[in-house]
Design a protein around this ligand. Structure first.
Ligand SMILES: Cc1ncc(COP(=O)(O)O)c(C=O)c1O
Length: 361
């Protein structure tokens, strides 16, 4: 409330000191040179591709197992998405298949650190070479890390540009829409700064590039500063919840009988969502059963981006992506947030167990 009052009294509601202070604090937290607050995670991706000057004829390699924003930004700049199937063990784009998707038109690749699971960006760099820009979609992965020779680095800082979302359910959740672009490239940072304010030049009302309004509000920045200060314990709690689920599922026998496959939670996982696989034939019934016991669950995502009507209309040659399609039919996100306790974890796992027990052999 103090932060809100400070902004209301300041009379400066867009960008300004509060956003600059947030940008400095978040850059320090991620250990990156430049951080720019923007209007949403979607706009973070869009303005990044605009800064790279991507357009018609350019190809961008990405995953089809993601939120629609990932492909939306590619199509909005007029470029063509090239989908690579996922690694079934991680749900992330299979880095081993990326080299085969690179062509003379490839200008960028967008790895998505889905659910908080870090993509191996240094390995991805080896696959695509130095000329292809890596734009990390880290919307779901604030706080996730990836080893990179010199130790653990925050995801989002390993590629040319990193994009975050502050949608309220994200690890660093705001009180409305908000996003962030990070980069260590000073020229890209200055271009992004201009593009987020209508391609502004040095003088007032001078527009030097085709940009837009991608600015972050001061109120969001002030509230995000408060949340950022308390992020350590909340990330730690998410990790404890994820590990608690893993142990409880292993003890339940559901894993051994292949009814539930929990995710692998490595040391750098951001634990934004806890997503298991269950047999596709029972998923809807299981969701209904959990709902009846007051337990929320969700399907991220029921269809691949290559199967979205909008994408099918705009992209002529779409591949078959068997691992993506199988994931779409089997994934189920269980409750995951920093205010849960281990007792809640056991309630959820017991309910899943009761569902399968009730179905008989
Ligand atoms: C993987 C991914 N990319 C991009 C976005 C877009 O973020 P926003 O909702 O802040 O526009 C989201 C979030 O919703 C997301 O999950």
């Amino acid at each position: 409330m103090e932060a809100v009052e400070r902004v209301l009294r300041s009379g400066r509601y867009i960008l300004g000191e509060e956003v600059e202070a947030f940008e400095q604090e978040v850059a320090q937290r991620l250990d990156v040179e430049h951080a720019l607050g923007v209007s949403s995670g979607t706009d973070a991706l869009l303005v990044s591709l605009m800064a790279l000057e991507l357009g018609p004829g350019d190809e961008v390699i990405t995953t089809a197992f993601s939120f629609v924003s990932t492909v939306e930004c590619i199509l909005r700049v007029g470029a063509t998405p090239v989908f690579v199937d996922v690694d079934p063990a991680t749900f992330n784009l299979d880095v081993a298949h990326v080299a085969r998707a690179v062509s003379s038109r490839t200008r960028a690749v967008i790895p998505v650190h889905l659910f908080g699971h870090p993509v191996d960006v240094p390995r991805l760099r080896q696959q695509v070479g130095p000329e292809v820009a890596i734009v990390e979609d880290a919307a779901q992965a604030f706080g996730a890390t990836q080893p990179n020779g010199k130790g653990d680095c925050a995801v989002g800082t390993l590629g040319n540009l990193g994009c975050f979302s502050f949608f309220p359910t994200k690890n660093l959740g705001g009180f409305g829409d908000g996003g962030l672009v990070v980069t260590s490239d000073a020229a890209l940072a200055s271009k992004l700064r201009s593009l987020r304010s209508h391609g502004a030049g040095e003088e007032k009302f001078l527009s030097v590039a085709l940009g837009g309004n991608f600015r972050l509000d001061a109120l969001q920045a002030a509230l995000l500063r408060v949340r950022l200060g308390a992020l350590g314990p909340s990330l730690e709690r998410r990790r404890q919840i994820a590990n608690g689920y893993g142990l409880a599922f292993a003890a339940s026998g559901l894993v051994a009988s292949d009814l539930v496959s929990p995710p692998r939670i490595g040391p750098g996982h951001g634990c934004n969502q806890y997503v298991v696989r269950v047999p596709g034939s029972v998923r809807a019934d299981l969701q209904g059963y959990l709902h009846g016991r007051g337990i929320a669950s969700a399907v991220y995502y029921p269809r691949g981006l290559h199967e979205q009507p909008m994408v099918r209309r705009l992209v002529p040659d779409l591949p078959e992506l068997p691992h993506t399609e199988k994931a779409c039919s089997e994934v189920l996100a269980l409750p995951m947030h920093s205010r849960m306790g281990q007792g809640d974890v056991h309630l959820v796992v017991e309910a899943v167990q009761a569902f399968f027990d009730g179905r008989g052999p």
